[in-house]
Design a protein around this ligand. Structure first.
Ligand code: G3P
Length: 215
């Protein structure tokens, strides 16, 4: 499973990237607004840190506007995946981008059929939002499992990016259902290597080492 970071904070990206575990980055306008910086400037810096797909989102409502934004983003860096909303206009834009060799990430997917249509339109990536479904009392991970089955049933090359991740359980579940990619907030990323018994074991091994006679 590939691991992407779901953040626009370049310090977080540098720190996680130094661990050698980051395969890409996803951003959205909300994440970028928290940085107080211009979207393009942030994306350019991220592209210099991580050599993998970097998602940057369009804001137009119509296909024509989205395509113009996508072409603009594609000029910024070869690794950019243009994030397009899951709407009919978005799917039209995906079709054109796909024909022009522009990588796309269809976002705000909340039911499997939406993701299947995105794959059919030629999306490079599709992003089902797990946490936001859980938040309204639905099982987000069930939705991802069904979407994976549908995409594999028809052999689409579209990769599923499990998004809107809240905790390490979402990460384990994504791996168990064989998701291609998971995009993780830095806060969750930091919890993944941690277990209290690991820390306790290290402490006791260190203490016992001190009891070994030194040659
Ligand atoms: O990047 C999109 C997605 O991961 C958003 O997550 O936490 O705002 O539901 P969240």
């Amino acid at each position: 499973m590939k691991i992407f970071l779901d953040t626009a904070d370049v310090d977080e990206i540098r720190r996680a990237s130094a661990m050698g575990l980051v395969d890409g980055v996803t951003t959205n306008p909300t994440l970028v607004s928290r940085t107080g910086r211009a979207y393009k400037e942030v994306i350019k810096e991220i592209c210099d840190i991580v050599d993998g797909p970097i998602s940057a989102e369009v804001i137009s409502d119509d296909a024509e506007g989205m395509i113009a934004e996508a072409r603009d983003w594609a000029k910024v860096h070869k690794n950019i995946a243009v994030k397009v909303p899951m709407t009919l206009e978005g799917l039209k834009a995906v079709k054109t981008c796909s024909a022009e060799g522009i990588s796309t990430n269809v976002t705000l997917v909340f039911q499997p059929l939406q993701g299947l249509l995105a794959a059919k339109a030629g999306a490079t990536f599709v992003s089902p939002f797990v946490g936001r479904l859980d938040d309204i009392g639905r099982d987000g991970m069930d939705m991802v499992a069904d979407l994976m089955t549908m995409i594999r049933n028809y052999g689409y090359k579209t990769e599923v990016i499990v998004a809107s991740i809240r905790n390490s359980i979402h990460v384990s579940q994504s791996a168990l259902i064989g998701a291609d990619i998971i995009t993780i907030p830095f806060k969750v990323f930091n919890t993944l290597v941690k277990h209290p018994l690991t820390d306790k074991g290290i402490e006791s091994f260190k203490a016992d080492y001190e009891k070994i006679p030194k040659a």
